[in-house]
Ligand binder design. Sequence first.
Ligand SMILES: NC(=O)N[C@@H](CC(=O)O)C(=O)O
Ligand SMILES: [Zn+2]
Ligand SMILES: [Zn+2]
Length: 346
Amino acid sequence: MTQSLTIRRPDDWHLHLRDGAMMETVLPETARHFGRAIIMPNLVPPVVTGADAAAYRDRILAALPADMTFEPLMTLYMTEETDPEDVRRAAASGLVKAVKLYPAGATTNSSSGVRDFDRIRGVLEVMAEIGLPLCVHGEVTDAEIDIFDREAVFIDRVLDPIRRKTPGLRVVMEHITTAQAADYVKGGDESLAATITVQHLMLERNDMLVGGMRPHYYCLPILKRRDHRDALVALATSGFERTFLGTDSAPHPTHRKEAECCAAGAFTAPIALSCIAEVFEAQGALDKFEAFVSLNGPAFYGLPVSDETRTLTKGDTVDFPATLDAGDDTVTVFDPGVPLHWHVSA
Ligand SMILES: NC(=O)N[C@@H](CC(=O)O)C(=O)O
Ligand SMILES: [Zn+2]
Ligand SMILES: [Zn+2]
């Protein structure tokens, strides 16, 4: 008997599209499956103002192949100079759906991010007032803190104090990687949610480090021990409503990944849904798959669920290219290292 699953068209609540030739390559890979995506603003220079976001949105729509439908949900990159009134206007016009907080230095293109969290109080208060979500890259950057502990320490030292000081602020903990983060989102109220990536549901740090270093598995926050991965899988497949797929598909040119100092990020968009279906099937939780990829995200963001559908059918091993051309470069497609069987069709 063929196994198949028809669900509302999924959305991606954390996506890097980049710009220029790279965007032209990666955008169709997302738009083929996903109806909407929260577009990360960490370009160089970053997408800081409403005007920047409007211009970036126009470039995305111009790069979208004519036979595809896709709605980019724009975000602003929080700086210590962000103008609360610009944020208010950009949200009121419907252009901007969230503001992204990067601690300065925490990840790719985060040097314009925030060093002193007291300097963004005015923006956070406006966001709490108007209900605009804050998407957070949750890692401290102190050299003293071990890279594997940076998420858990961020929750205690930065995130929890911000949430206590700003009642009503809606927060999405992006790409959570630890049992501590899973517990924190579960213990939170309806103002708190979390996204989880493909790689953090499928891999543990051994997959990246044992038998040689695999640069295409290097992303931030870094992969953690197996018990953390298991906690994320348990959360995602439990049907818990305040967690949803944010692939964090983050393309870099192959030569920047396979380098002496490897760029952080995994390009998962082409196979993200097949991977997630594999994870849910292994847990006997295919009945919770639609909630995670198509229902919980719109509910948190206050947007309608898609009225289109996608069907996943279980069959032979899914073939996918090792690399895609992107201008003069290539971009390497994430390979989870296990066969995938779920084919996504329109
Ligand atoms: N996740 C990553 O490892 N990289 C992202 C940035 C981010 O989401 O932190 C990127 O922009 O490449
Ligand atoms: Zn991040
Ligand atoms: Zn990201």
